[in-house]
Structure formats: structure tokens, C-alpha cells
Design a protein around this ligand. Structure first.
Ligand code: HEC
Ligand code: HEC
Length: 452
């Protein structure tokens, strides 16, 4: 056989191989282009999903910010809070609530809801912040975050109700302290819920529910302080801990919760469980709520007596809003820590410690910083008392998701703010877990926590 023939055959095989190779490349190229997400190419069901997501977001945002679920029946008809806000001069009682007072108890004003004429007057100091009439004007503009007013034809305040945004939104202070653009999902750690409720001319609904006199109810409300609320008080009637301090817990953020299984400090349930709980039992909206765990007369004497474990209202103004409300909350990302608010090199070292010798990531598993699965721990596992845990069905504490910690440093950390600073939290773990961290390691861990 001659060399020439062989090489002719070889050349032929090479050509075929090249041709096959080129065809394969073309096929890969064409098929990858075909799978590119172009709206024109997406299937009908994909389009439906996208449209649904957009609609759920819009609906959920509206509900989170503005829906009272008919809770005016409580805040207006029962507590008569609207009369205290308006004041005697405008058909209510007492001095009324001036914007200065409202800001002092931590209420926030949405600057984007203000007309330009008002913002320019505000800038020039021409708006009387001591006049309750200004508060009424702000309510008419729907500018008081989390408080919704309705007005009669004669312009007087007919009713007020509260929304989720009251406790779980703040503003960026871009206009003035307490006045700016909305930050949905942020815990309002300035908000003094107890002081606001205590403004009510009629506290009988609370004295009846708790079975105590008005002076006691006022003492309890005053004991909460800024950034706190006691969601379990109306279930078990326990206003104070054994050490005499208030039983209220910190307002947590409602952002960065996607992928987290159980919610609230003590893991009551999913986001939607708790949303239904709060809308019905805390905001006192009109809806449906079912949780037979509340029928326990020993743990939850008030809830069991009042039938809070099985609430049915007609009409139901809550249930239809729960799906989009949950969807919206799960979409709110935890805001990134601003550059300059932490030391990046120290934070990087802190991350290594967090995931290593400090053993934090055993429970705070990135990226949600809680455990995938049943994210609950006994008080003994984290070295604290069991008071608040015992006030919940599972008698445990939920591993807090840590993203966006920098936004809620005011009021302290852990459910009751027992640790004033992140450094105090680290000291607690260092002692409890016997990790023997050095001074530098503690500093680095704090910088990492601030960066999340
Ligand atoms: C009066 C203040 C207040 C209002 C109004 C309020 N919440 Fe809360 N929210 C709290 C407090 C306090 C907790 C913690 C409760 C606990 O752990 O016992 C909480 C917990 C939560 C959590 C759990 C967060 C986490 O870290 O798991 C979510 C989600 C939430 N609220 C959403 C809502 C929604 C949605 C609404 C409106 C339907 C609402 N809240 C109305 C005070 C409030
Ligand atoms: C055994 C599980 C576990 C380990 C390990 C653990 N944590 Fe926690 N962590 C929790 C639980 C549970 C809570 C909620 C406590 C509460 O609600 O009072 C929490 C709360 C926190 C909080 C407060 C969050 C807030 O919103 O107030 C911070 C900060 C924190 N942990 C950081 C750390 C760091 C840093 C480490 C490592 C040194 C660590 N944790 C190790 C379970 C754990």
C-alpha cells in the first residue's frame, strides 16, 4: 500500500470529523440561543407566571402599606383613637396629636405623598408642626406611614386604622428626621406602640380583655418603650417577666425572609401564618384565623377564653389578601450595608471566623443565616432564660436571620434587646460556647455582622 492512498483516506476521515464537529458546534449554538430568555419566545404558561408575579408584587405592596383589613372597628369604634388624634378643636377630645408629637412617638411621614407646595413650605419652616390640623392634613394625604385616616364630608376625621407598615416600615430621613421615602420591611425601632395606644380615650376593650383596671393597662403600655410590642400579651396576659422587666419584644424586620422556614422570635409559623395571626388578633382586622394551639387554657388563658384559635368574620377582609402579602414580603431583599459602615478587611476575617472557629454558621447557615429545616432551639442551647420561649407553642427560640442587622441596631439584639450591642452578643456566645476568642477576633466578628 502506498503512502499516498493512506494519506488520501486519512484526509477524508479528517474532513468528515471536522464536518461533524462543525455541525455539533452549530447545533449547540442554535439550541443555546433558543433557550435564551426572550419574552417573545417564552411559552404561554411562562408568560402567565411572569404576569402573576408582577401582579402579586403590586397587590402585596399595596396591602402591606395601606390595608387596614377593617381594623378601624378596633382602633376607631372601640379605642376611639381618632378622637385623640383630632383633638377637641376638631371634634375629638383633648389637645389632639401634633406632627411634633407624632414624630416624637416614632411615626414616620412619607415625603413622596406630599404635594410640592407643602414640601417647599416645610423647607422654609412655614408649616406649624405643633398644630393637630397639620396632622389631619398629612393623614388626608395618606402620608403618615402605617396610619390610615378616612374623613367625613365636612373634613373631620371619621376613622383611623393601622397597617403592617406602621411597625415594619420606616423612612430614609431624606427630607428631615422622620420624613422621607418609605423603606418597606424595615423595623421601626423609634415607634412607641404603647404610647400610641395609650393616647386612646377608651381603654375599656383592653381592661376587659386583660381583666385589669385602666391604671394597670397604662402602666403596661408605658413599659414597652420604643421599638417594642407584646404580641403574646393578648393571648396569655403576661405583661412582665419574672425579673420585673417588660415582656414586650423588639419589632423585627420583615425583609430578607425568603427561604426562612419559621418566623417570629419564637417560631410561631410561616410568614403567612403570622400575617393572618397579626391581621386578625393584633391589628384586629376582620378575617379568618385558625390555630387550635391557642385553645390551651394553661398557656394561653385569654386566647382560649376568647376563642382566638378559631376566628371567623363576615365579611372576611383578610384571607384574600394573604397570598400577595406573603409574596411581597418574600420579595423584599435585606438592604446591603452601606460602604463605609464597616471595615471590609476585618469583615472578611470575621466571615472566616463565623464559618469556622466561632461556630456561628452551625445555626446561622448562609445565605439565609438560619437553618434550612426546623430552625428552632431550646433556651438551653443558646444560653438564655425560657420566659419568652414558653409563651409560644414550641417553647423554643428561632435562629434569627442575620441579613440587614445594621438596619436594626437601635434597641439591641435578641428578642428582647437584652444585648445592647453586637459586641455584647459576641461576648455572650464566647462565654457560653467557651470559644476563647481573642480581642481581634471579636472585633472582626462584629465587623462581619455589620456587613451582612
Ligand atoms: C404593632 C406593631 C406590628 C404590626 C402592626 C405588625 N407587626 Fe409584624 N411583628 C411585630 C412584632 C412585635 C413581631 C415579633 C412577634 C414575636 O416574635 O412574638 C412581628 C413579627 C413579624 C414577622 C416575623 C419576622 C421574622 O423575623 O420572622 C413578620 C413577617 C411580620 N411581623 C409581618 C407583619 C405583617 C405582614 C403585618 C401586617 C399584616 C404586621 N407584621 C403587622 C409587630 C407588628
Ligand atoms: C445553637 C444555635 C446558634 C449558634 C451556634 C449561634 N446562634 Fe446566634 N442566634 C440563635 C438563636 C436561636 C437566636 C435568637 C435569640 C433570641 O431570639 O433571643 C440567635 C440570635 C442571634 C443574633 C441576634 C439577632 C437579632 O436580630 O437580634 C445575633 C447577632 C447572632 N445570633 C449572632 C451569632 C453569632 C455571631 C454566632 C457565633 C458566635 C451565633 N449567633 C451562634 C442561634 C444560634
Amino acid at each position: 500500500m502506498s503512502k499516498g492512498r493512506l494519506s488520501f483516506l486519512e484526509r477524508g476521515l479528517v474532513k468528515i470529523a471536522l464536518l461533524l464537529f462543525a455541525t455539533a458546534i452549530t447545533l449547540v449554538f442554535v439550541s443555546s440561543r433558543g433557550s435564551e430568555a426572550s419574552p417573545a419566545m417564552s411559552t404561554e404558561s411562562e408568560q402567565q407566571t411572569d404576569a402573576n408575579a408582577q401582579q402579586m408584587l403590586a397587590e402585596g405592596k399595596q396591602t402591606f402599606r395601606f390595608d387596614t383589613f377593617g381594623d378601624e372597628a378596633f382602633w376607631t369604634d372601640a379605642l376611639q383613637l381618632h378622637r385623640a388624634i383630632a383633638g377637641a378643636k376638631f371634634g375629638g377630645v383633648g389637645p389632639g396629636v401634633s406632627p411634633a408629637t407624632a414624630l416624637a412617638v416614632g411615626l414616620k411621614v412619607d415625603s413622596t405623598a406630599l404635594p410640592q407646595s407643602l414640601t417647599s413650605q416645610l423647607k422654609r419652616g412655614r408649616v406649624n408642626l405643633d398644630d393637630p390640623a397639620t396632622t389631619l392634613a398629612l393623614l388626608k394625604l395618606n402620608a403618615v406611614v402605617g396610619v390610615k385616616g378616612t374623613f367625613k364630608a365636612d373634613g373631620s376625621l371619621q376613622s383611623v386604622g393601622i397597617t403592617c407598615a406602621l411597625c415594619h416600615s420606616t423612612v430614609d430621613n431624606s427630607f428631615a428626621p422622620g420624613i422621607g421615602q418609605r423603606l418597606d420591611g424595615w423595623a421601626n425601632r423609634d415607634l412607641n406602640v404603647g404610647a400610641i395606644v395609650a393616647l386612646s380615650p377608651n381603654l375599656t376593650p383592653l381592661t376587659t380583655l386583660l381583666g385589669v383596671d385602666e391604671a394597670t393597662v397604662r402602666t403596661v403600655l408605658q413599659s414597652w418603650g420604643p421599638g417594642k410590642f407584646d404580641a403574646e400579651l393578648f393571648l396569655d396576659g403576661k405583661a412582665f417577666r419574672p425579673d420585673g422587666k417588660s415582656a414586650a419584644t423588639l419589632l423585627p424586620p420583615a425583609f430578607g425572609l425568603v427561604g426562612v422556614n419559621l418566623h417570629t422570635w419564637t417560631g410561631w409559623g410561616s410568614v403567612t401564618h403570622w400575617n393572618a395571626f397579626v391581621a386578625n388578633l393584633e391589628m384586629h382586622g376582620q378575617g379568618t384565623f385558625y390555630d387550635p394551639r391557642l385553645n390551651d387554657p394553661v398557656k394561653f388563658p385569654i386566647a382560649a377564653r376568647e376563642g382566638f384559635g378559631n376566628v371567623r368574620s363576615n365579611p372576611d377582609l383578610i384571607s384574600a389578601k394573604l397570598p400577595a402579602l406573603q409574596f411581597y414580603q418574600l420579595a423584599i431583599p435585606a438592604p446591603a450595608a452601606p460602604a463605609g459602615s464597616f471595615d471590609p478587611a476585618a469583615a472578611a476575617r470575621g466571615a472566616t471566623l463565623f464559618n469556622g472557629v466561632a461556630k456561628c454558621s452551625v445555626c446561622h447557615v448562609p445565605p439565609t443565616f438560619t437553618e434550612p429545616g426546623w430552625n428552632m432551639h431550646t433556651p438551653e442551647e443558646i444560653g438564655i432564660d425560657d420566659f419568652q420561649a414558653k409563651r409560644s407553642p414550641d417553647e423554643r427560640y428561632r435562629t434569627s436571620p442575620l441579613k440587614g442587622l445594621w438596619t436594626h441596631q437601635k434597641g439591641g439584639f435578641y428578642h428582647d434587646g437584652r444585648f445592647a450591642t453586637l459586641r455584647d452578643v459576641i461576648e455572650h456566645y464566647n462565654t457560653f460556647f467557651n470559644t476563647n476568642l481573642t480581642e481581634q477576633q471579636k472585633v472582626d466578628l462584629v465587623e462581619y455582622l455589620k456587613s451582612l
